[in-house]
Write a protein that binds this ligand. Sequence first.
Ligand SMILES: C[S@@+](CC[C@H](N)C(=O)[O-])C[C@H]1O[C@@H](n2cnc3c(N)ncnc32)[C@H](O)[C@@H]1O
Length: 194
Amino acid sequence: MAKLLKALAFAQQLQRETVRAGDLVVDATAGQGFDTEFLARLVGEQGHVYAFDVQELALRRTKERLAAAGLLERVTLCHAGHEDMPAHVVRPVRSVMFNLGYLPGSDHRIITRPDTTVRAVQAAVELVQAGGLITLVIYPGHAGGVQEQAALTTYLSGLPQGQYTVARYEFINQINNPPLVIAIEKNAAERVFV
Ligand SMILES: C[S@@+](CC[C@H](N)C(=O)[O-])C[C@H]1O[C@@H](n2cnc3c(N)ncnc32)[C@H](O)[C@@H]1O
């Protein structure tokens, strides 16, 4: 088996290592609900997931998936842009998961966009508790994806390194701009660099 995980699997691995039973977490892009279900299982019966999407279709698919899995009670579905996260989530969260781009099998013009994605990540950076994690799966292969990656890189490379550790996981010998991951850890204690 390959040791180097694909982008989404790598993001899930980081989430698995971070999220504990009872945690409060956010799925910033519900889509078809795969990641929402994944997070709902990680937080367990006592935890909770807030899941955002701008498309009713996405929330319907997510709701159906959660209902079939018996996990609906662990999730609040928010028909809103993730940039409005602070209006819906008012307590610190353990993690936030972004899986950017468009909803497969629907209108590919409805995609995550640089300005709203950066605003959502700014909100997530504030909301996440010390020791918590934000993962972003980014798709530079579709229209607008390169610009979204560039806007995120500009914002995230300016985060203070004493408070946040920001890393990128990408494949450098694959064609067609494969997906990549950027992960942000809010350091448990301020780190001093000299
Ligand atoms: C790649 S899909 C997400 C896949 C999903 N995590 C899953 O497991 O199926 C990206 C989703 O982001 C949604 N989206 C686009 N702009 C958004 C925004 N501003 N806030 C929240 N979701 C948005 C799209 O509607 C789409 O459903």
